[in-house]
Design a protein around this ligand. Structure first.
Ligand SMILES: Cc1cc2nc3c(=O)[nH]c(=O)nc-3n(C[C@H](O)[C@H](O)[C@H](O)COP(=O)(O)OP(=O)(O)OC[C@H]3O[C@@H](n4cnc5c(N)ncnc54)[C@H](O)[C@@H]3O)c2cc1C
Length: 467
């Protein structure tokens, strides 16, 4: 029932915040898990009972598992939004293969096991006085899951977690262990390859000295941002936008390295800010969408929105625990087309809204040209704008996403394969990634000749056979 689906978003978002606060940030309820034999992803939308569930404890066990299985898929923390984590036979978690392997203080590098959560990698780096050079917006994912979907953030000179990786180890479909570096084709195929070549078991991360970040959230309007986009991107290390339906108002977010000290009670204030945003979207935005009053809500709410200004430790600033129960469909377009393409997808939402869509906002991030660490990642090579259609996980979002996927196909946008992806297929991927896609498929055939890592989702996208 529509009402129940809206109420569910509001209640579960609230529960997530309360549980996280009660455990001093240690427990996030919205996370992918296997309980009593049933897997559920972070938003509890992909829920199924795998044939068997396996938690290997060593690389040798992972090799043995691959050699003895007919079909398997791995999951990290189930923070992707699609059926990539669905296994026809064995579902594998590396939760028992996580943690530190070694540290090299002189090179400022650490090696971690593939199941290590990003928040734990951050912690391990911090103990050595180190940090990631930059990070995306969330830290609950596993380091291997992040790389398998080539997770991005936003930045003038930086864009991807894979930029901080010196090397990785991968157990391929034949059970062979490969150590690969960013210049290797196998590395590039694994980054963004959604686990179709093998299991990423170890990752060497390049750290930088710990630093602070000055984070500003300001309310602005689209004509101003359009006119000043180049300058805003030039003047800030990291810059992103939130756009809203039925409104010319927008939110500018910036992150800049600073020598300034931490803000008073900065972490607590950040927690309050994030929680208020999540509750606003889950209760007020949801209520406005449900009652059909989003247009009126938009002109009032975004006009009254407050900004914030904090100096935090870099990882606290880049990574925000995201409490809000939502869905995301994200893709890249050429940087030059940023506003034209944003306009199209927002207009589509506004036109479909009377038919009953849940609350949505649109996050826009930017990555620089020259990303050559992936073959099929959406941010490959060109300077990109990432448009993220963020909808409350309530009834109606699927019909908007179905129409948006048609539009994605029409404009030739490249999909983020960690996000919602229900209809794009091999022909679309071939058109979008050309020779790189062919190279990717050749590597899949070579490293997983029996299709052990294939499932229905990868077969639709890549067309290769399964076990
Ligand atoms: C709240 C939230 C915020 C997010 N923010 C961002 C963001 O800022 N930027 C961004 O780009 N994305 C973002 N995402 C998307 C998401 O983080 C990524 O898609 C990421 O893959 C999830 O990591 P995970 O460990 O949960 O992987 P899972 O969802 O468990 O798995 C993702 C894919 O990787 C494969 N995989 C997992 N582990 C391995 C392994 N060891 N070896 C090989 N393959 C493996 C799986 O089979 C699956 O196909 C966000 C998602 C959520 C829910």
């Amino acid at each position: 029932m529509k009402f129940m689906s809206y109420l569910r978003v509001a209640l579960l978002t609230t529960l997530n915040i309360v549980l996280n606060a009660a455990t001093a940030g240690r427990y996030v309820w919205l996370e992918g898990r296997v309980r009593r034999g049933i897997f559920a992803n972070w938003a509890k939308r992909f829920r199924y009972r795998p044939g068997r569930f396996v938690r290997p404890k060593s690389q040798a066990e992972i090799v043995e598992l691959v050699r003895s299985s007919r079909g398997l898929r791995v999951f990290g923390s189930g923070h992707s939004f699609n059926a990539g984590v669905v296994s026809d036979e064995a579902l594998v978690s590396l939760d028992d293969y996580s943690g530190l392997l070694w540290t090299d203080r002189d090179k400022k590098q650490i090696a971690v096991k593939g199941g290590t959560r990003v928040r734990d990698v951050v912690e391990l780096l911090a103990r050595e006085g180190l940090a990631f050079g930059a990070l995306p917006s969330h830290d609950a994912q596993s380091i291997a899951g992040i790389l398998s979907t080539d997770v991005h953030g936003t930045g003038r000179d930086w864009g991807f977690v894979s930029q901080s990786v010196v090397s990785l180890k991968l157990v391929d479909g034949r059970g062979d262990v490969h150590e690969c570096r960013p210049s290797d084709d196998l590395f590039k195929a694994a980054i963004g390859g959604i686990g179709t070549l093998g299991i990423i078991t170890e990752v060497v991360v390049q750290g930088v000295d710990r630093f602070n970040v000055e984070q500003r959230v300001q309310v602005s309007d689209i004509p101003f941002v359009k006119k000043n986009l180049d300058r805003l991107l030039r003047e800030n290390d990291h810059f992103s936008l939130y756009l809203f339906p039925f409104s010319e108002r927008c939110q500018i977010n910036t992150w800049n390295r600073t020598d300034k000290g931490h803000s008073f009670l900065g972490d607590l204030r950040e927690f309050v800010n994030i929680s208020i945003d999540a509750l606003m979207a889950a209760w007020i935005g949801n209520f406005a969408a449900y009652t059909g009053s989003l247009r009126a809500f938009s002109s009032l709410a975004y006009g009254a929105k407050l900004g914030s200004h904090l100096v935090l430790e870099s990882d606290r600033s880049f990574n925000r625990t995201i409490y809000h129960l939502h869905q995301e469909l994200e893709f890249t377009v050429p940087f030059e087309d940023t506003f034209e393409e944003c306009r199209r997808f927002i207009k589509l939402y506004e036109e479909m809204y009377p038919s009953g869509l849940p609350y949505a906002l649109f996050e826009v991030r930017f990555t620089p040209a020259g990303h050559d660490r992936t073959l099929i990642g959406a941010g490959r090579e060109r300077r990109c704008a990432w448009i993220d259609l963020v909808c409350n996980d309530a009834r109606g979002f699927e019909k908007y996403y179905a129409a948006a996927e048609d539009l994605i196909r029409e404009v030739g946008a490249r999909p983020h394969l960690g996000k919602y992806c229900e209809s794009l297929d091999r022909a679309d991927m071939a058109k979008l990634h050309g020779d790189d896609f062919t190279k990717f498929l050749d590597l899949v055939d070579k490293h997983d000749p029996e299709g052990k890592f294939a499932n229905a989702f990868t077969q639709r996208l890549f067309g290769h056979r399964g076990a």
